[in-house]
Design a protein around this ligand. Sequence first.
Ligand SMILES: Cc1cc2nc3c(=O)[nH]c(=O)nc-3n(C[C@H](O)[C@H](O)[C@H](O)COP(=O)(O)OP(=O)(O)OC[C@H]3O[C@@H](n4cnc5c(N)ncnc54)[C@H](O)[C@@H]3O)c2cc1C
Length: 485
Amino acid sequence: MSPAALSLPYRTDVLIAGAGPAGLALAASLCGLGVDHVLIDRNAGIQPGSKAAAVQPRTLEYLDRIGVGAALVGRGRKGRGFCLHDRERVLLRACYDRLDTPHPYMLLASQQTTERVLVRRLEELGGSIHREHRLLGFTSDFPGVSAMVAGPDGVLRAVSARYLVGCDGVHSTVRDAAGIAFPGEALEQLFALADVRLESDAPEAASRDATFYLSEAGLLLMSPLSEGLHRLVAPVPPGTAAPDASAVERLLATRGPAGAPAGVDVVAASTYRTQERVAEQFRAGPVFLAGDAAHTHSPAGAQGMNTGIQDAGNLAWKLHAVLTGNASDALLDTYHGERWPVATQLVAFTSQFSRIAALADPAAGRRRNALLAAAAVTEGITDWLAATLAQLDIAYTSEPALGAPRPGTRVSPLAVPPDGLHWTLALPGAPRRGITASRRGALAVRYVRDLPTTLLVRPDGYLAASGVPGDPAAVIERLGQYLPQ
Ligand SMILES: Cc1cc2nc3c(=O)[nH]c(=O)nc-3n(C[C@H](O)[C@H](O)[C@H](O)COP(=O)(O)OP(=O)(O)OC[C@H]3O[C@@H](n4cnc5c(N)ncnc54)[C@H](O)[C@@H]3O)c2cc1C
């Protein structure tokens, strides 16, 4: 029996299956909150391959809360946003630099870098990953589950868990074992992907923005990556092989800007198809789904990993509140209530976006490009698009915006600086040095100049309530009243 297999606990409060970005973010959050958990992954380590390359501002805001943001920003490259071109002509540019966030940029970092930074943080906080442990299934063991886990020695062990979270990717064992449907479709369109080193300078736009070239010859996405690489993605006919250097040069010459660089060194290449699916339930009793296990869609728009990390952020504090007896189990239903609509809207948005971008008919493409150019000069459109892609406009409310702060909307960390995963009470005040802070147990207290009313901010950065008492003790006493329903 290997030591790794011996160390797998036989009981835990939260069993997390899958140590991809969603599982790692959840484990690091639970570790920071002091929640007993076990994180398993069937793989021996972080997997190579071309996956997520962009971290959105909203994700960085959450990663700041778990002490990861600065380390990741230090390892990535700051991109300005998204740009749509027809060859060299700019159609529309969605720049992040005017966004109301401490991270007004799209951080370009490989998924492996993001995972490595999360692993390091998890370990700093005293957590660990049980690698080469595969979840095979589970049975109900009221009020939780009894999970079957195969260790590296091939021996099957049972782990009794109050809650099980499936962060085990698109082919989720947890989702299947829970009998949760995953409706949607697998798309026919094949995409070619190449991570390349260019032998000459990249076109100006593609050196700083994720640039969609929408020409009559078809779509070509060109995006800077960290480490001096560029990623190219293009729809290709069925049966096309992973692109080599000459295929990449052909794509650049026919779909990219005039004078697109010739001479590329292909570092990694593949082809892929996408699926568009959202799990019917994100919660079934003691079982939850997060990340790609819960939703999958086209990578165009760089949203998938980001959404998974934010699923984790939504679930972590709720599990903590319930497990510490500070909230009833009903709070956990709000995980589905809040995150399912986000995933559904995201799949619809990325589906439309990628279908419009990949239009094959040249006449339809010309009409699309004319519409995009008109949209670019319409007041507010590019700012709206930037905020949407940056995931800053996600809100857990359908109340109309009438000026008053709405519970369920994001509170900018620039307005109310966070304090880790603590609840934050923001009080109007005129401290001598702008903003001052203190801590009352689980509640961080901030004095914010020119604040029209008190704000109570959840550990994941969304507004719980406004106009609450200014006395921290009273707020702590009544915290249950301010939980989402
Ligand atoms: C080409 C491409 C480009 C992309 N670009 C972006 C981008 O720029 N931005 C973005 O946000 N997203 C992007 N994505 C999407 C992103 O890669 C995924 O959304 C992300 O990996 C999902 O993370 P996850 O943690 O949910 O699942 P995964 O990353 O799939 O991790 C699941 C983990 O679960 C483990 N596992 C699976 N089954 C079991 C089991 N039975 N027992 C134990 N462990 C198990 C696996 O080993 C794995 O480690 C891109 C994807 C692709 C393919």
